[in-house]
Write a protein that binds this ligand. Structure first.
Ligand code: MN
Length: 563
């Protein structure tokens, strides 16, 4: 793979050059499954990020994204050498790598929430997408079992994520790369049945092109580019499923794309096209006036074109075009060229502002894909601000309230795992059981057979699940211990002392036919406390006795306990 963007930056930019050299040295002697040097992978990720127009922080993070996980290079060292932001992105990408989707439907939602929770910096996701794109392009070298899992995860998680970020080209490529691994037979069928059709349409579009260009120029519209866009196999397959696999019904197998200078020219071009060929009714889509939820802008129309062949035509500006290709990344580029500040400062500053809007996009994505109950639930928890997402060593995501501890985590997995918990490791390190977990933490629970929960846990757990289960486990323990009947009562009498008071009290007790077994006096409080034990266990009798004792004006307070 050629890396012109990185090659240029390594020459010109000291920061990126350092990251390049650290990564190169760290991955020295490491090989990928394909046999090629491991460094080629991170280099490719860096190249994508540079090509998509992101800032130097992201490019350095892309180059360094695997050094912590795969070479043991300390994260602290990255922070010291490249700053907090680079370290945060590298750490985030490493954590995202720990989350694995294995086709279990109920996990999809948690995975998406998790990614949201980690996306405090959207650049984490973009670097992860660059990593995934290169891994997908080189997936054939990986063992078949793994291929399928990674392809599925790409199809279900990363491609829709890229789409939501407006990175349509990357989203489409990821889906197309995953498609043959998930649907090998269907893929074969498509290749066999559409190859000629594609070629035929391509030739046809090439005949249409010069007619369009000259008509637009005659109308005084400056044409920046006219090209053809072949429909991707994966989306063609989805569409075919809806059209009884009848390829004749797919009009946008190959579409014509016109790029002009500004929005006015887009509408003017639409007029020129409709003047040439009549449009199909109800097929004009104005995504400029009403952009798609992911920000996509363009005008689409379908016309009875040359020789009455039905053809889709898309019209947009250069800016819209670039945005549709690289989505959010394109914004970095535009903000950059608008301002006059230096490459480094300007980019990272503008990134922050744009980020907010895109995080909003992510939330919309969340909304759109949830079922109604889940949507309501997500509203209640204020869009996960109060949630954290921790991971089991097997990569399952556990959704918890913020401040949740390893005990909450353990009970969320299984009652028994909670009950018999004796310790926890977070990211490989032993932590106290009241440790506050953070999103992305990998939590391993240490268990001991027959161990019972401790009452002290109730003081720090955050989930009602954990609290309820600890209580019920403690209750069953208590019942076992207190099976025997109480045999004594202890009266606790707070008094204002005077000479002869104790004598008066014991007299009242013995007159009530109650035997005293012991008397203790505690005098270090403001008022002395008498602790009198007796062998009476009849509650009625005790209550009557207390009433009699309370008649003494020196008695301030009485409580009792059966033991
Ligand atoms: Mn990687």
């Amino acid at each position: 793979m050629k890396t012109p963007f990185i090659d240029k930056l390594v020459k010109e930019n000291e920061f990126i050059r350092r990251a390049y050299n650290v990564a190169k040295k760290a991955h020295e002697n490491q090989k990928r499954k394909s046999g090629e040097p491991y460094f080629n992978h991170v280099l490719a990720a860096g190249e994508f990020i540079a090509e998509w127009g992101l800032d130097q922080t992201s490019i350095a993070a892309a180059l360094l994204h695997d050094v912590v996980e795969d070479t043991g290079y300390p994260l602290e060292k990255i922070e010291a050498e490249f700053g907090k932001e680079v370290a945060f992105i590298v750490d985030g990408v490493t954590k995202l790598g720990k989350i694995k989707y294995r086709g279990i439907e109920r996990q999809v939602e948690n995975l998406r929430k998790m990614i949201l929770a980690l996306s405090q910096d959207i650049r984490v996701i973009i670097v992860k997408l660059a990593d995934r794109l290169h891994n997908m392009r080189t997936l054939s070298a990986v063992p078949p079992q793994k291929q399928k899992r990674i392809a599925l995860e790409t199809m279900e998680i990363y491609s829709p994520l890229a789409y939501r970020l407006g990175m349509q080209r990357i989203s489409g490529e990821l889906e197309d790369l995953a498609f043959p691994y998930i649907y090998p037979k269907e893929y074969r069928w498509l290749i066999d049945n559409t190859k000629e059709k594609y070629e035929e349409r391509e030739k046809y579009i090439n005949k249409v092109k010069p007619i369009v260009i000259s008509a637009l120029e005659k109308a005084g519209i400056e044409v920046l580019a006219v090209d053809s866009r072949a429909k991707r196999y994966s989306s063609l397959y989805k569409k075919l499923l809806r059209y009884d696999m009848n390829i004749e019904k797919i009009y946008d197998l190959v579409a014509l794309r016109i790029i002009v200078k500004n929005v006015e020219d887009c509408y003017a071009a639409l007029g020129v096209i409709h003047n040439l060929w009549p449009p199909l009714p109800n097929r004009i889509k104005d995504y400029i006036a009403l952009p798609k939820p992911n920000g996509y802008r363009s005008i689409h129309t379908t016309v009875f074109c040359l020789d009455d062949k039905i053809t889709e035509i898309q019209i947009r500006t250069q800016e819209m075009h670039e945005e549709s290709e690289t989505g959010i990344a394109a914004h970095w580029l535009y903000e950059q060229t608008k301002g006059s500040k230096s490459y480094n400062e300007k980019r990272s500053v503008s990134a922050d502002k744009k980020e907010l809007g895109w995080v909003q996009q992510l939330r919309n994505w969340q909304k759109e894909l949830s079922n109604p109950e889940e949507f309501l639930e997500s509203l209640k928890i204020d869009f996960f601000r109060d949630r954290i997402f921790a991971i089991t060593p097997k990569g399952e995501v556990i959704d918890l309230p913020s401040g949740a501890t390893p005990i909450d985590f353990a009970y969320q997995i299984h009652t028994e795992i909670g009950d018999s918990c004796t310790g926890a490791r977070v990211n490989g390190k032993i932590v106290p059981l009241d440790y506050a977990l953070r999103s992305g933490d990998i939590v391993e629970i240490i268990n001991q057979k027959n161990k019972k929960p401790s009452e002290s846990w109730l003081g720090f757990v955050k989930t009602s699940t954990a609290r309820g289960r600890i209580r019920s486990a403690l209750k069953s323990k208590e019942i076992r211990l207190t099976k025997k009947e109480p045999t004594e009562v202890e009266l606790k009498i707070t008094v204002e002392d005077r000479v002869g008071l104790l004598k008066d009290i014991t007299l009242i007790i013995s007159r009530s036919h109650v035997n005293i077994t012991s008397v203790n006096t505690i005098t270090n409080a403001k008022f002395p406390i008498l602790k009198i034990r007796s062998d009476v266990t009849n509650k009625n009798k005790i209550e009557k006795l207390i009433l009699k004792l309370k008649k003494l004006k020196e008695v301030k307070e009485i409580s009792y306990q059966l033991t």
